[in-house]
Ligand binder design. Structure first.
Ligand code: G6P
Length: 372
């Protein structure tokens, strides 16, 4: 078993370290000689895709957070409205879809019953169905019109890590593909985003080499009973994923919030010593979101929170208000989740092992839930 874990103590740790490859391999072979993006199995025609006027992403758990990241990117690049629906909520909500609706399911296993039922229902409604999946020949891709495989390799740990990064990567590829196909104002920029995406694996490698302080923070926090996570824009689903990891692995009460929502309620939770992770948008993010989040950090710090800030290299604005700064390499704002989520994964893993818990097999959870 030790050999299977490649020298790591747990499958999860091994899989976290496989993330540069998960992203790189998912990007592999996605561009043809003319520089155009390609998908896998397609019984959806280019004309059908050109006519799509609405996208609904269906997924559960971590995969649904990948979908939330995708919404921001795909809408920005294609101007097609994107909704994200938890698969079990979609199926029984009397959803609206037509032959111009593209229902994108995201699933590591390809066997999640809730997601499968949503896909089947979408087909009944006449929608086009595309599966983003990590498992060749599994049920969901077989029940879909088209598939875009993620190449994360088998994921053994119950808590998803490398599959999440691969799912986000595949969603970016899909978004850029649609942008090119439809030739909108963004079509010309698609190649430069692809270039930046190809730089992510090396940045991940570098980031994974600087996790010592995160591990230390996790060990110091073994007795913590509640942790909050804040993020904004694509950092918002990252905050929720950070909270989910902590619930799953360390059985700690954790919640992710949109940073802008803080003043509308959650700020009441802040008292002395409350640990809060803040995923800070890069200084280059439009609409001054960086500045707005920095002022959120200042607000909660003034109320006694212990602020653990995930910020880009070189972002000095956060320093005066941070108890801890965790640095991630810079990238363009929409791609940042591929980097900012990593310290949150590492934190949850090490807090779980500091508590002596079973990292790979948390209580009450299954890797793939094949019942509704
Ligand atoms: C289970 C797992 C989660 C996973 C979710 C969706 O609940 O414990 O880690 O995110 O299923 O799984 P899927 O295979 O569809 O991505």
């Amino acid at each position: 078993a030790a050999a299977e874990k490649g020298g790591y103590a747990t499958f999860m740790e091994k899989e976290i370290h496989e993330q540069p490859h998960a992203v790189g391999d998912t990007l592999l072979g996605r561009t043809d000689i003319e520089g155009r993006l390609v998908l896998d199995d397609m019984s959806i025609t280019e004309d059908q895709l050109k006519d799509v006027d609405r996208i609904i992403i269906v997924a559960c758990g971590t995969a649904a957070y990948a979908g939330m990241v995708a919404k921001y990117a795909i809408e920005h690049w294609t101007r097609i409205p994107v909704e994200v629906s938890l698969a079990h909520e979609f199926r029984y909500s009397d959803p609206i879809a037509s032959e111009r609706t593209l229902v994108v399911s995201i699933s590591q296993s390809g066997e999640t019953m809730d997601t499968l039922m949503a896909v089947k229902h979408a087909r009944e409604l006449g929608a086009l169905t595309l599966s983003i999946c990590n498992t060749h020949g599994s049920t969901i891709p077989r029940e879909s019109d088209a598939v875009l495989y993620t190449h994360a390799g088998p994921e053994i740990a119950v808590a998803s890590t490398k599959a999440f990064l691969a799912q986000i990567t595949a969603c970016y590829v899909l978004g850029l593909y649609l942008a090119q196909l439809r030739g909108g104002t963004f079509a010309d920029d698609a190649q430069s985003v692809m270039k930046e995406l190809h730089e992510i694996p090396a940045k991940l490698e570098e980031l994974l080499g600087r996790m010592d302080r995160v591990k230390e923070i996790a060990r110091f926090m073994a007795d913590t009973r509640s942790v909050l996570f804040l993020g904004r824009n694509v950092g918002y689903p990252v905050a929720m994923e950070g909270a989910l990891k902590l619930k799953e692995l360390a059985y700690i009460h954790a919640e992710g919030f949109a940073a802008g929502e803080l003043k509308h309620g959650p700020i009441a939770l802040i008292d002395a010593g409350q640990p809060v992770f803040i995923v800070v948008p890069g200084p280059g993010t439009p609409h001054e979101l960086h500045k707005k989040v920095v002022s959120n950090i200042q607000e909660i710090r003034a109320r006694g929170a212990r602020t653990i800030v995930v910020a880009e290299d070189g972002d000095e604005d956060v320093v005066p208000f941070a108890d801890e700064v965790i640095r991630v390499p810079a990238t363009s704002p929409l791609l940042a989740p591929l980097l900012t989520v990593v310290p949150l994964q590492v934190f949850a893993l090490h807090l779980s092992s500091a508590k002596g818990l079973d990292v790979d097999q948390p209580r009450n959870l299954a890797k793939s839930v094949t019942v509704e």
